[in-house]
Design a binder for this molecule. Structure first.
Ligand code: C5P
Length: 397
């Protein structure tokens, strides 16, 4: 699908630039023609020679290279391409873009272009969270720039949090979506994700350890195949993906209402860890310690969103997928759950602490359908998501 597409790849100055070498390779494997541009800071991390060798093309580095101006002016360079990808996009480069600077070749190209721009930010977590960067992000989004990442994780600087550049294959998937008519184009898909918070009183709540990582990865993978995704998320640790219709909720009841408001959809994927119970009547003011003993709480059952959507009489999505996080008899329990809830597929996994799956980067799932149980090998949550998205595309036809 990417064959013969042309990408101008701007490599900014950050340690993540080493991943851009792999990105060039991955893009070229798919038949993409990559024209590389290396900023001066980028050249501190990867050499122009490695970049041009991998791209199989000259690397552009300096705005005032007169030979290049004669060969191909910066205006032409910025426009004779299907997509501009900035990876890594540093805080500095993003600030220049947001402000409209044209102080070096990269920022000039980005200002002069009329082609779509996709950026893969990479920076220290504090730099990402700084109000100045957040203002720039908002401006760039408003200008129609597409983002991929950053991801949460350990960083080269020893800190942890959002700021890691997305992996090359993840960027390739988003490039694909930006350039191609993916197989899910025109399909509207609902994804629920994250935990729910059920209030006890205005300051306390019942929650669970779901990070939202798998639901977020699924939404991303669906977007990469061209789907319009409605992403209904509880208060998750993983930041929501870009390019989705985002709906943030707190409680299971709110999640159900948001899902119902999102209908009709072609498919629903319920990856949220919805609380089974809520406090029947949450206190409206903070509960106090009293000498008369411990508070008594009554619980009420929450609505089952997956079962509600699966068992709709009219307007049921063509495909409804649930998850089953189990610690014992995984396949048996998940198979029974598929029938009990009335969904089409169940993605089952073992979340026993020893597996390291809950909150981890990897997952090992079994896909349970009408025809049986299909175990998948252990892989990253992003790859599980990619595989599931492809299956969804096949099923929707
Ligand atoms: O019943 P259990 O919680 O194990 O089922 C898990 C599946 O059901 C998940 O897909 C989850 O998103 C969904 N679910 C739901 N609403 C609930 C409970 C679970 O949608 N109240």
């Amino acid at each position: 699908m990417l064959t013969s597409k042309r990408i101008l790849l701007i490599i900014g100055g950050g340690i993540a630039a080493f991943k851009s070498l792999d990105l060039i390779r991955r893009l070229r494997e798919r038949g993409v023609e990559v024209t590389p541009v290396l900023t001066r800071a980028g050249a501190e991390f990867v050499t122009p020679l490695s970049v041009s060798a991998l791209a199989g093309q000259k690397v552009y580095t300096d705005l005032f290279d007169l030979t290049d101006e004669a060969e191909m002016g910066h205006i032409q360079l910025s426009r004779s391409t299907d997509l501009i990808v900035v990876a890594p996009a540093t805080a500095d480069l993003m600030a220049k873009m947001a402000q409209g600077h044209a102080s070096d070749l990269a920022s000039t190209l980005l200002l002069a272009t009329d082609t779509p721009v996709l950026i893969a930010p990479a920076m220290n977590v504090r730099m990402w969270q700084h109000p100045a960067t957040q203002r720039n992000i908002a401006s760039l989004r408003a200008d129609g720039i597409t983002f991929v990442g950053p991801e949460d994780g350990d960083m080269a600087c020893g800190e942890h949090g959002p700021g890691r550049m997305s992996e090359p294959l993840e960027i390739v998937a988003v490039v694909n979506a930006a350039l191609a008519n993916g197989p899910l184009k025109g399909r509207r898909i609902l994804v629920t994700s994250g935990p729910t918070h059920e209030p006890i009183d205005p300051v306390r709540y019942i929650a669970n350890r779901s990070s939202g990582a798998q639901g977020t990865a699924i939404a991303r993978a669906l977007v990469a195949l061209g789907a319009d995704v409605v992403f209904v998320t509880g208060p998750a640790e993983t930041p929501p993906p870009d390019e989705v219709e985002l709906c943030r909720v707190q409680t299971a009841q709110q999640m159900l209402e948001a899902c119902q408001a999102a209908l009709p959809v072609d498919a629903a994927i319920c990856a949220a860890a919805v609380a089974d119970w809520r406090v029947a009547s949450a206190a409206t003011s903070k509960m106090k310690k009293t000498k008369s003993g411990l508070p008594q709480m009554e619980f009420a059952e929450n609505p089952d969103i997956l079962a509600t959507i699966s068992q709709m009489d009219a307007g049921r999505p063509a495909l409804v997928i649930g998850f089953a996080a189990e610690t014992d008899d995984v396949i048996e329990n998940a198979t029974a759950k598929r029938l009990r809830k009335g969904c089409d597929w169940i993605v089952a996994n073992d979340v026993s602490p020893a597996t390291g799956i809950m909150g981890g980067a990897e997952n090992e799932v079994t896909l349970i359908t009408e025809t049986g149980a299909e175990p998948w090998p252990r892989m990253t949550k992003a790859r599980v998501a990619g595989e599931l998205a492809r299956r969804v595309a096949d099923a929707l036809g």
